[in-house]
Design a protein around this ligand. Structure first.
Ligand code: PLP
Length: 376
């Protein structure tokens, strides 16, 4: 929690549940990433948190943007981003959205299949395209599975086809999975990209760009490697495989840029037990899976909690949200402990919740309003 957020919570005690996000911390994270990877251009993954104050601050800093939809492109443009600074990075796009992006001046598009490539050729003629390849997601706490990317051989053929379709075969992208805790994941992925660069050069297609994706982690309950460790591993692998002929490098950080800039302030609604002697208390909060904590699914992302009783005796808990849905249980198996003194009405903070929370919140499941947001 940044001092600015702590001060805001003290001074305003805003109604819960709400997210309070320190935009200065986003700027600091952007600068830290630039320092760790000075040769890479930063495309902020808007999906992590699309709030206008974040997009405006990043635009002012010269950041570029990775957009997942036409609506995110509109948000970037409204924040003052130039269309040339926007990458339409989703490999699943409606033809109408590709057309709208092209007409707005966006020139960079991702794909991972032939039908998508044909759609881009038709609706964004002459665009720069990059193909997303499948890579290992081992080490990621929020893996992206096989939904995105294609095999190397297919990527090779599609990049050759891109040229014949009148597109500009610009580069290759990958994503090693979100909250990636292993620097080796990037090294392995870069080795695969390098093989593709060589194959395509032999086929007469000279690629110019590697999109290293997102994945850079945030500290939740456990330590993670620092951004410098990722920078060193990435630059080591790039130099090993490309030597002096380094291609342009893009990074698409989402979680790293905004995660630790935000705190969710919530209220304890109920503390109860299932039996008189049950050692485990159930702690129900006024925010849960449907209030924005979607990444607690499978207890994948383990947020750290702060309570007014920290430092006093604690005991095991199951933590759940307020709705009448049994999947709205956040942590049952992850050995969470909270103070014995915790009671209904207490305010608690969920730390490092600036990424992938507000945008996941449902409209009004069980009648609850979406999470309030304060950008300071
Ligand atoms: C194409 C793309 N780029 C970047 C990101 C951001 O990833 P992260 O938040 O792990 O940095 C995602 C996340 O899903 C993505 O799909």
């Amino acid at each position: 929690m940044t001092p600015k957020i702590a001060q805001f919570l003290r001074d305003h005690a805003p109604a819960t549940p709400c997210l309070v996000l320190d935009v200065d911390r986003v700027e600091a994270n952007y600068r830290r990433l630039k320092a760790a990877l000075p040769l890479a251009r930063v495309y902020y993954a808007v999906k992590a948190n699309p709030a206008a104050p974040i997009l405006e601050r990043l635009t002012g800093l010269g950041s570029s943007f990775d957009a997942a939809s036409w609506e995110e492109i509109e948000a970037c443009l409204a924040a003052g981003a130039r269309p040339e600074a926007i990458s339409y990075g989703n490999t699943i796009k409606k033809a109408s959205a590709i057309k709208a992006a092209h007409e707005a001046g966006v020139t960079l598009f991702a794909f991972d299949s032939e039908p998508e490539l044909l759609k881009i050729a038709k609706n964004a003629p002459g665009a720069r395209v990059y193909c997303r390849i499948l890579v290992e997601n081992k080490g990621a706490e929020w893996p992206l599975s096989r939904k995105f990317g294609c095999e190397l051989e297919m990527a090779r053929d599609l990049m050759v086809q891109a040229r014949t379709l009148g597109l500009d075969p610009y580069g290759i992208s990958f994503h090693v999975g979100s909250q990636q805790t292993s620097t080796a994941a990037y090294e392995g992925a870069i080795a695969r990209v390098a093989m593709l660069f060589t194959d395509l050069k032999e086929a007469g297609v000279k690629l110019r760009m590697v999109n290293l994706g997102g994945g850079y982690p945030v500290r939740y309950r456990a330590e993670v490697p620092g951004i410098d460790d990722f920078g060193n591993a990435i630059m080591g692998a790039m130099t090993q495989h490309f030597g002096n002929d380094l291609p342009e490098m893009l990074v698409e950080p989402g979680r790293f840029m905004v995660g630790d800039a935000g705190v969710v302030s919530a209220e304890v609604v109920l503390v109860s037990r299932k039996g008189k002697d049950d050692p485990v208390r159930w702690v129900y909060l006024d925010i849960g899976r449907f209030g924005g904590l979607a990444e607690t699914e499978g207890e994948a992302i383990k947020y750290a909690f702060r309570t007014p009783h920290d430092g006093t005796a604690d005991g095991p808990v199951t933590i759940a949200g307020p709705t009448c849905d049994s999947t709205d249980t956040l942590y049952e198996k992850s050995n969470y402990r909270l103070p014995m003194a915790l009671t209904d009405g207490d305010r608690v903070e969920l730390l490092s919740t600036g990424a992938y929370v507000t945008s996941y919140a449902s409209q009004s499941f069980n009648g609850f309003r979406p999470l309030a947001e304060h950008y300071i």
